[in-house]
Design a protein around this ligand. Structure first.
Ligand SMILES: Cc1cc2nc3c(=O)[nH]c(=O)nc-3n(C[C@H](O)[C@H](O)[C@H](O)COP(=O)(O)OP(=O)(O)OC[C@H]3O[C@@H](n4cnc5c(N)ncnc54)[C@H](O)[C@@H]3O)c2cc1C
Length: 456
């Protein structure tokens, strides 16, 4: 999706005849993991009014959806409103259409979509040489790595291992994750965040009747969106640059908001415009403290789900179909066509064993690039083109999106945006941030390409 957004902004802004090659290893561009889901029960977790591809035209997505409805398409029951949560596949349609619209409006720009995987790259006398899995080689003046999120690492029980079992599905977004599953089969989802919710809802949509267990250390589930009250106003001066200090300020603000009849969400939403700058200024040790102590609580308050999805989860819990467990994974044993998964219950020495037919890893993306097996990443690290940021939440990146190499040099030809910038900006994975990064990056690219054309 980020790669498409950069292409769209380049198409819209370029006044000269550049060539853009959009290389995607999957069948379709613009969807990625998030918007490539076939399940319409998978809703956006950001309201329609905030999902425009264009930072300077914030209603664009909303108006596009409304136009679709006017042609007779039923997008959600009751019709789409500014604060509606639209099915994610619809957003994928939107991005694909915007790419086509931008392409047609810029006949002087050559856009080619290539279905292939980039497996390696090397510096060339002019620009960068990319090697594709098919054997094709391409040269580019500028390269944007818009690679998104990577699959999670396998959970590691103290005894036994999931990875060898055919009953274990390590990547929740693989197309076969829910395939050939008997409707009565008990299932265990490891993790309790947004991926877990998506899997539970998809199971419900396909009429699953067996118990859906979810296991996480704390058993914290994402909160639901609600819109009452305008976001609190913060300035950077309101927040001390320590994790504990900032957390105290947030709690005080929440208490005051509650006294005024406002919701805690107004405080969390009020922080959003400052989060990137605050994170950038926070000392490294304090960032580590935040990740250790605050992150799980931050995540469930910041990354919320649509009210209708929250209601579905609550209904499933009330019916006993969905059960959440908190504890530490101890062992897994394959017993015939089942997996017995044992965990120690939180705040207890008691253990509990769940007998399930399938275990799905919903622990969220792995961020440490040193753990990835994808050929491109392995080769980029080996070649010293990239290095992890100091928290290994993503890659080391300069403020203009240029990648920082193993020696600390800022690249003149390799750039990135979105999830790989998490360590630098923290708040960088959702469309409201990515669209701005895509626009800014397209300007950086066009500016430096103009310089190159003049100098050649
Ligand atoms: C399940 C989920 C739901 C989300 N919901 C929302 C939401 O409701 N609202 C919101 O604002 N944000 C949401 N997000 C966050 C955000 O939109 C995503 O993080 C965003 O899609 C990131 O875009 P991306 O282009 O970086 O990654 P992706 O969209 O995943 O695209 C990366 C693409 O790169 C391809 N690729 C990777 N490596 C190679 C290679 N070597 N060669 C060729 N192709 C390659 C992949 O196949 C993939 O298609 C969601 C994220 C997820 C995971």
């Amino acid at each position: 999706m980020s790669g498409c957004l950069v292409a769209i902004h380049l198409l819209r802004s370029s006044r000269t005849s550049i060539a853009i090659k959009l290389i995607e290893k999957k069948d379709v561009v613009g969807r990625g993991v998030a918007y490539g889901t076939p399940h319409s029960c998978h809703r956006l977790n950001v309201p329609a009014v905030k999902m425009s591809a264009f930072p300077d035209n914030p209603d664009h997505f909303l108006r596009w959806v409304e136009n679709r409805e006017e042609t007779g398409l039923d997008i959600i029951p009751g019709g789409v409103e500014p604060l509606s949560f639209v099915p994610r596949p619809v957003f994928g349609d939107y991005i694909q259409e915007q790419l086509e619209v931008a392409r047609q409006a810029a006949p002087h720009v050559q856009l080619t979509c290539i279905r292939d995987e980039v497996v390696d790259l090397e510096s060339a006398s002019q620009g960068t040489l990319l090697r594709l899995r098919s054997g094709v080689q391409l040269r580019a003046d500028k390269v944007v790595l818009a690679l998104g999120n990577f699959p999670p690492s396998d959970p590691k029980p103290a005894e036994g291992s999931f990875s060898e079992s055919p009953l274990y599905y390590g990547f929740a977004w693989a197309p076969d994750t829910l395939a050939h599953l008997e409707p009565e089969a008990p299932v265990l989802l490891i993790g309790a965040g947004l991926t877990m919710v998506d899997q539970a809802i998809a199971l419900r949509e396909r009429g699953h009747r067996g118990t859906i267990h979810a296991l996480s250390r704390r058993g914290l589930l994402p909160s639901r969106h609600e819109f009452n009250g305008t976001p609190e106003l913060f300035t950077l001066d309101d927040l001390p640059y320590t994790t504990l200090g900032a957390w105290r300020v947030i709690r005080e603000r929440v208490a005051r908001a509650n006294e005024r009849g406002n919701d805690w969400r107004t405080v969390i939403d009020g922080l959003r415009p400052l989060t990137q700058q605050f994170w950038k200024n926070l000392p490294l040790g304090e960032k580590r403290r935040f990740l250790r102590h605050v992150r799980p609580y931050w995540d469930i308050h910041r990354h919320r789900i649509a009210p209708e999805i929250h209601r579905m989860m609550a209904d499933m819990a009330a019916e006993g179909v969905f059960q959440i467990h908190k504890g530490q994974l101890l062992r897994c044993d394959e017993v015939g066509d089942h997996l017995d998964v044992t965990f120690r219950q939180r705040y207890s020495t008691e253990t509990k064993t769940l007998r399930v037919r399938r275990v799905i890893n919903c622990t969220g993306p792995e961020c440490d690039y040193r753990k990835f097996q994808q050929p491109l990443i392995v080769n980029l690290l080996k070649g010293g083109f990239i290095r992890p940021d100091s928290l290994a939440l993503g890659l080391d990146v300069a403020p203009n999106g240029a990648l920082v190499d193993a020696e600390g040099e800022i690249s003149a030809s390799l750039f990135t945006l979105g999830p790989p910038q998490k360590g630098i900006w923290w708040e960088t994975t959702a469309v409201p941030e990515i669209r701005q990064q895509a626009k800014t990056l397209s300007q950086v690219l066009l500016h430096s390409l103009t310089g190159m054309l003049v100098n050649r």
